[in-house]
Design a protein around this ligand. Structure first.
Ligand code: DC
Length: 229
């Protein structure tokens, strides 16, 4: 069967990572969470004192880019692939509120995007990959055979994210999470380089209206149609 590239884009906390990961597992593809890469760069900036008062020292971070190595370990017994920053497992740290609130300004920096996009394109060289993010179907893989744009309301996404964070024992309120999601939506859709937008040839998946199982069926149907064309 022919191998393709599956690009899944959408707003933050739209459930796209869960879907992308599960789809990859079902079809035997490699899964790459591109958001985790922007998060790892953000963690590096925080740990190296390059952030203060919600701002990022762009110059210092750009100068440090050659020092930043990001890799993924294959999914372990927990079924989750872990992100490594310079050889250290940072899967938990990159999901915390501090990283979440600084990742959008980091992802706006053109040099950061250029470097991460190049790495993402290398991951896709032999196809057989599912990658999720904001600009995968538009910038990273404009020729991807299957493109999906996941749509979901900010309120529904905040409810989902809050539940996830509370399950991990994090101390946050619904208002804080909703506020963070709205801010990120604003930055993600209005930034100058590769803003989040639906590619003209992307299929829209309405995440508010479908159950998880319906979404998986929808994705598998689309995938089967495309690979059998
Ligand atoms: O999907 P996520 O919430 O983990 O992504 C974290 C941030 O990274 C998000 O605020 C936008 C940015 N991002 C991006 O700009 N481009 C991507 N391809 C993926 C994520």
């Amino acid at each position: 069967m022919k191998k393709i590239i599956v690009a899944i884009d959408g707003y933050s906390s739209s459930g796209k990572s869960t879907m992308a990961r599960e789809l990859a597992k079902r079809i035997g593809y490699v899964y790459v969470d591109s958001g985790a890469m922007y998060r790892a760069v953000t963690l590096y900036a925080i740990e190296h004192g390059m952030t203060a008062d919600g701002k990022v020292d762009r110059e210092a971070l750009v100068a440090a880019l050659p020092e930043i190595r990001i890799s993924f370990t294959p999914a372990g017994s927990d079924g989750v692939q872990h992100t490594h920053l310079n050889g250290r497992d940072v899967e938990t740290e990159i999901r915390d509120m501090q990283v979440s609130s600084l990742v959008s300004p980091v992802a706006e920096i053109p040099e950061v995007r250029e470097r991460l996009v190049k790495m993402q394109q290398e991951f896709g060289e032999s196809k057989g990959i599912v990658m999720d993010g904001r600009d995968i179907g538009t910038t990273v893989f404009p020729d991807a055979e299957m493109k999906v744009f996941v749509d979901a309301s900010a309120e529904e996404r905040a409810r989902r994210r809050l539940k996830e964070m509370q399950e991990k024992g994090m101390d946050v309120t619904y208002e804080e999470v909703l506020d963070n999601i709205r801010q990120r939506d604003h930055i993600d859709t209005t930034r100058a380089v590769s803003p989040l937008r639906k590619a003209a040839d992307a299929h829209v998946l309405d995440n508010d209206k479908m159950t998880h199982q319906q979404q998986m069926e929808w994705l598998l149907n689309l995938y089967n149609t495309i690979v059998n064309e």
